[in-house]
Write a protein that binds this ligand. Structure first.
Ligand code: ACO
Length: 319
């Protein structure tokens, strides 16, 4: 029994916001600095009041439509987000309500930028166990709300959006192998170290990052988890048809690509136009490459993510 991707969907709010637009809004930066260090040229930012759940619903409906699945057929809904609408209930339950599904298992997963990979691997395990047949896995984020817009080293890196996949139990291959890891000794290099306490914010409600430590850790773990996943499926990294990596920084993506011995044209990149949309970045990139016809049925696709925690993971699938 495999979990097979039957549909993909994505949503980006509003119009693209360029690096020059950020500078014009008062961020002390330049297009040249951002492009050289990160490869980012544009990102999308949610309107005031636009929420992760609303964006998740649009992406989810597109994925379900491609899959030919109705919301009431779903028996599992997982949303990966670090920017949920509420403290509780989960964004997955809110999405379930918005889609009109009743009775499915529904919960959120919090693994920051590798959240979608974690959610996908969990859904794979539910489906392989035989307990669930039709799953919806979504990554949705409004990181613009947890950025310190006075801190130029972080606020230029992120964008908002949502991506979704529909999964189905199938005899034909689907997800072949996966790996998830974390290193809690690295909590401090990327975090939003605050909480709501007695009606007030306790600590710091904004994203803080040690950029160079994140960069080095990301490069190291992404190459090793790609290798681990390919080995588990009995192939060499160079044999994958597509790499769909987390879209944080073009230099991290390039470094992983070189270590995997992959041609540049086998890597799906959206970071230039989306920025880093955290848990939404991998399903958004997958959706783009599926819908423009690059990723085709029967091809091997390696998805991988890395994020705060530190967390990282990968899933190798036959599309
Ligand atoms: N515009 C102009 N100048 C800037 C900006 C900016 N937006 N941000 C920082 N600078 C300046 C700094 O003030 C500093 O100036 P100084 O030398 O006068 O003090 C200079 O640029 C260098 O700053 P560093 O922080 O040392 O720059 P670095 O080369 O490390 O690049 C970056 C920063 C791009 C964040 C890099 O560390 C990086 O890519 N790290 C990976 C982090 C990442 O991708 N995080 C995404 C989230 S994590 C994830 O998704 C896994």
């Amino acid at each position: 029994m495999f979990a097979r991707v039957t549909g993909t969907g994505g949503y980006l709010p509003g119009s693209p916001v360029s690096n020059d637009d950020l500078a014009a809004r008062g961020v002390d930066t330049s297009d040249a600095w951002i492009v050289e260090r990160t490869g980012i040229r544009f990102r999308h930012l949610a309107e005031a009041g636009e929420t992760s759940c609303q964006m998740a619903e649009i992406a989810a409906r597109a994925a379900l439509e491609m899959a030919g699945t109705t919301a009431d057929e779903l028996d599992l809904i997982i949303v990966a987000t670090s920017t949920p609408d509420y403290i509780f209930p989960s964004t997955a339950c809110m999405l379930q309500g918005a889609l009109g599904n009743k009775g499915a298992t529904a919960f959120d997963v919090q693994a920051v930028c590798s959240g979608f990979i974690h959610a996908l691997v969990i859904a794979d395990k539910f489906i392989r166990s035989g307990s669930h047949q039709k799953a919806l896995v979504v990554g949705a984020e409004v990181f613009s709300r947890i950025l310190d817009w006075q801190e130029r080293g972080t606020c230029v890196l992120f964008g908002d959006g949502a991506g979704a996949v529909a999964l189905e139990a199938s005899d034909a291959p689907g997800i072949l192998s996966s790996a998830l890891h974390a290193d809690g000794s690295q909590v401090g290099i990327l975090s939003v170290p605050g909480q709501v306490h007695g009606g007030k914010i306790w600590g710091d409600p904004f994203l803080r990052m040690e950029g160079q430590a994140v960069f080095k850790t990301a490069v190291r773990v992404l190459a090793s988890v790609a290798e681990e996943c390919c080995q588990a499926a009995g192939i060499h990294c160079g044999e994958v048809d597509w790499l769909v990596p987390h879209q944080a920084n073009i230099r991290i993506i390039e470094s992983t690509r070189r270590k995997m011995n992959l041609a540049p044209e086998k890597v799906v990149t959206t970071v230039e136009r989306h920025g880093n949309t955290s848990a939404a970045s991998v399903p958004l990139a997958l959706n783009e490459a599926v819908r423009d016809g690059r990723i085709r049925r029967g091809q091997r696709v390696l998805l991988e993510g890395v994020g705060g925690g530190f967390t990282w993971g990968a899933a190798l699938l036959v599309f």
